[in-house]
Design a protein around this ligand. Structure first.
Ligand code: GAR
Length: 186
């Protein structure tokens, strides 16, 4: 059974999807660590409800990104993590984590990369007026949302409501992330 870590900063619906797929056997894996940089994020309670061990921290309590990433890397090592899944973790991964885990860190992003990188991809795509949206899963490297693409799925949407795009996109995210993790773990 493979060992996953999930990093999140917010709602945690992708965390839930991954944890549930582990629990019901769709993924032959276990979430052994949830990492969150926002102590009041809803994902913290979701991890607790599933008894998934968590590392919840405030970046402002550390002198540098390297300092908190060293602590995270030590926890990943200790937990024997095979794959790190970023799921709405709204921080750029730094040198320390990349040095230790590059090639084993993946991210899900709500656009068809390389279009609309960054934190407001859906809003930017709606403002641009695109008619085909999508979800990308990619390896994480030092370029923001720039690592090699592993999987993408597109959908058409003619309207102009970002909340609706998020809703449609998240359903796709939850399926695509599980399918992609399953392939990578094989
Ligand atoms: C997801 O839609 C994910 O694609 C996005 O954050 C959301 C987290 O939702 N990530 C990014 O925008 C990364 N640049 P969740 O907390 O419900 O899983």
């Amino acid at each position: 059974m493979k060992r996953l870590a999930v990093f999140a900063s917010g709602t945690g619906s992708n965390f839930e999807a991954i944890a549930d797929a582990c629990a019901d056997g769709r993924l032959n894996a276990e979430v052994v660590l949830m990492v969150c940089d926002k102590p009041d994020a809803p994902v913290v309670g979701k991890a607790a409800a599933r008894a998934v061990p968590s590392f919840v921290f405030s970046p402002k309590d550390y002198p540098s990104k390297a300092a908190y990433e060293s602590e995270i890397a030590a926890l990943l090592d200790k937990a024997g993590v095979d794959l790190v899944c970023l799921a709405g973790y709204m921080r750029i991964v730094g040198e320390v984590l990349l040095k230790a885990y590059e090639g084993r860190i993946i991210n899900i992003h709500p656009s068809l990369l390389p279009a609309f990188k960054g934190a407001h991809a859906v809003e930017q795509a709606v403002a641009y007026g695109v008619k085909v949206y999508g979800i990308s899963i990619h390896y994480v490297n030092s370029d923001l949302d720039g690592g090699r693409i592993i999987a993408q799925r597109a959908f058409e949407y003619e309207g102009s409501d970002p909340a609706e795009v998020h809703r449609i996109g998240q359903k796709i995210e939850h399926q695509l992330y599980i399918e992609t993790i399953a392939k990578l773990l094989k």
